[in-house]
Design a protein around this ligand. Structure first.
Ligand SMILES: [Zn+2]
Ligand SMILES: [Zn+2]
Length: 337
């Protein structure tokens, strides 16, 4: 079978690799039919992350179930499913505590498409092994467009969790989204609107993304001073200075969700944050429990992820499309409309 392999900085190619076996009674084999690029992927391809090639790329997709083990009860052959980015058993104490991201049944950081906790394959591949099918896979409701939820595996659900949690505990929340990565900021705008924010402002240097944010319901004409104006800040940027500005924009009691991955240790205005009694949350998203809600939001039209993923390409076109600037694109293996 073919897998999309990162070999070195800028070197991306389809390669013939052994097809994974159905490893246990709890496993499934799936065939990705609509795979989205995560905002991290272009940096993984460019070689500017701590993760060293070679590795199979991809950790967002909707897939068709090809085969399931005897003990699998929630999905069967032919089902369309969302495949979460994180490998997790659903049974260990960490999984039971809602921290599938720290599952102890697999190496720490075991995930698709990132060689952080071993190699588990990539979700652009032709066939993918899912070791804990019941705990991981989420069947799509009938009629839901696979393209629109291809990113539910990571970015789309991350945007929902990062915005909806702090908004839920703050009345008439004023929200600032600091954009900067391909899709997360604009998705966070859509999710903040869906979660009932009183207002959503969007800060970004990119005219292209500012236009998408405007079309998603944000105000993009911001004044010079943002300090202490917002109950919730979602930082979807890789720019440490933009994160810093976002933290200063928090009102007393505010919450900042930092979802743009910054690999080094940026300066944080800690004392100013202390005086305002604000919270900074940062971390990978435990997506699995939230994917059904995201399906609901997309199915009911309360968010439109395709606005940030306008490029749909075939596998042959993927190697070129995935390195384009600004692109969050979707690679399809079947002709999907
Ligand atoms: Zn990701
Ligand atoms: Zn576990």
């Amino acid at each position: 079978m073919k897998a999309l392999i990162v070999h070195g900085p800028g070197e991306l190619a389809w390669e013939e690799v052994p097809s994974p076996p159905l490893a246990s009674a709890h496993s499934a084999l799936v065939r990705p039919i609509a795979s989205a690029s995560c905002d991290l992927d272009r940096r993984l391809i460019a070689g500017v992350t701590p993760f060293k090639p070679p590795f199979a790329l991809g950790h967002e997709c909707v897939a068709e179930v090809l085969e399931v083990g005897d003990e699998v009860g929630t999905v069967r052959r032919g089902d369309l499913v969302s495949v979460p980015w994180k490998i997790a058993c659903g049974e260990c104490p960490q999984c039971h505590a809602g921290r599938a991201t720290a599952c102890t049944s697999v190496p720490r950081h075991a995930a698709y498409g990132v060689p952080a906790g071993g190699h588990w394959g990539g979700l652009f591949s032709e066939v993918v092994h899912v070791p804990f099918a019941d705990a991981m896979l989420v069947p799509l409701p009938p009629g839901l467009n696979p393209l629109a939820v291809a990113s539910a595996s990571d970015n789309l659900t991350d945007a929902w969790v990062a915005t909806s949690r702090p908004i839920a505990t703050r009345r008439d929340a004023r929200v600032l989204v600091v954009g900067g990565t391909e899709s997360l900021g604009v998705l966070a705008v859509q999710m903040a609107v869906a979660a009932g924010a009183a207002s959503v402002d969007y800060l970004d240097d990119s005219d292209y993304r500012r236009d998408l944010a405007l079309r998603s319901g944000a105000n993009v004409e911001l004044g010079q001073t943002l300090d202490e104006r917002y109950d919730v800040v979602v930082s979807a940027t890789r720019d440490p200075q933009a994160l810093y500005r976002g933290l200063l924009a928090l009102a007393p009691g505010g919450h900042c969700s930092c979802i743009g991955i910054i690999f080094d240790d940026p300066k944080i205005p800690l004392f100013g944050m202390y005086l305002r009694d604000v919270t900074l949350s940062v971390g990978v998203c435990n997506v699995r429990p939230h994917i059904p809600k995201v399906f609901d939001l997309v199915g009911s039209g309360r968010c439109n992820p395709l606005l940030v993923s306008p490029t749909v390409v075939t596998c042959e076109e993927a190697t070129e499309a995935l390195v384009q600037p600004l692109a969050k694109c979707i690679v399809v293996r079947e002709r999907i409309t």
